[in-house]
Ligand binder design. Sequence first.
Ligand SMILES: *[C@@H]1O[C@H](CO)[C@@H](O)[C@H](O)[C@H]1NC(C)=O
Ligand SMILES: *[C@@H]1O[C@H](CO)[C@@H](O)[C@H](O)[C@H]1NC(C)=O
Ligand SMILES: *[C@@H]1O[C@H](CO)[C@@H](O)[C@H](O)[C@H]1NC(C)=O
Ligand SMILES: [Cu+2]
Length: 380
Amino acid sequence: MKFQYLSACLASLAAVSNVNAAPHKDPEAIATKQINQMDAKYKQYIQDTIKTRKTGCTSKNIIKRQEWGSLSKPERKSYIDAVYCLQKKAPQGRNKGIPGSQSRFDDFAGTHIQQAPFVHFSGLFFHFHRYFVWLYEKALREECGYKGAQPYWDWTLSWKDPSKSTVFDGSPYSLGSNGKKVPHGPTTIRAYGIVMDIPPGTGGGCVEKGPFSQDKYTLSLGPNVFEPYGPDGGLGYNPRCLKRDLNPYWTNNTRPAKVLEALTACQDIGCFDTIVESLDGTHAGGHFGQGGMGLDTFASPGDPAFWLHHGQVDRMWSLWQGQNPRNRTLQTAQTGTAFNNPPSANVTLNTLVDAGIVGEKKSVKDVSSTIDGPFCYMYV
Ligand SMILES: *[C@@H]1O[C@H](CO)[C@@H](O)[C@H](O)[C@H]1NC(C)=O
Ligand SMILES: *[C@@H]1O[C@H](CO)[C@@H](O)[C@H](O)[C@H]1NC(C)=O
Ligand SMILES: *[C@@H]1O[C@H](CO)[C@@H](O)[C@H](O)[C@H]1NC(C)=O
Ligand SMILES: [Cu+2]
């Protein structure tokens, strides 16, 4: 029965020789269409809310975050140059708990290592990462003269083969290529009480081509969750190349149907978080699909692609909030430690989000909206 349906479907696809012409047969095309409708509803909400405003976040000053591939080549170049700039700026964290930091860029990676046990598998996951990406965007703009917005990586455009993504295609307008293909076994990761073997992907060595390849970027911090561990709990200086290991097995978990499932399954943020952070969910799919530093749930911001991946995670939260903003924007759930271990207080709107040395503490309430608190941006 299943096979008959499949062959009929393939026959009809072959007949029109255009997958998009038969969207009723392709579950991913159907999911994409529904995600686009949710995206339109989200944008409408933001635009309707700010259009009559004279002060605060208005339609004049809102920052519009775009998908990486929709930026022009000069725009992508200016983003890459700003990241290089941050990687050359003097660190501020060396005598503040991040002894291995060589730059402002490393300050951010070190802050993530420090905060990791509180901001993953917890009620602070979305809040911390929203604030953290915003602080990074702010540093690029204010410390490195970047004029644009933080871009995002829409995984659903490249889930079948991430090496074809504009983020990882290795061109001068990407964030560098896959890692060099080197034979290797699985990587065992240990974090938050989880032990997991990640099977090898399609690369595994140093980024070969494009920005952030071996000759252009040296990673300073980590690893924290796989061997050989870096010194001082990953916060010491451990110079080496940036590795990647693009892996379609994992990016399969970022396909449109998975994104749609996460966006539609839950009315409450605890449920939504559990689906997004699940090991077979979209968040892990993007990290593990990138491989290399992406496997390190503590030190992963050392790969510049982290910031585009978490742009998309934040976009998913924004889309979910935007479907029922009055109910969902200020929801909280869970506690402030991974799997509530060790046990900690419930997260409330007054809980403080700690950004260590890269930003002052802000309340959960303040970072819950991208337009009502100190932030003023949207995803387009
Ligand atoms: C992706 O995952 C689905 C569901 O787990 C599976 O049916 C499918 O074969 C996978 N596709 C690829 C290309 O691995
Ligand atoms: C949101 O809606 C749910 C029911 O779907 C309700 O239980 C909850 O109290 C609402 N939350 C807020 C913050 O309005
Ligand atoms: C924390 O949240 C749980 C689940 O929502 C609730 O059962 C518990 O009473 C809360 N604890 C406190 C101290 O508010
Ligand atoms: Cu994180």
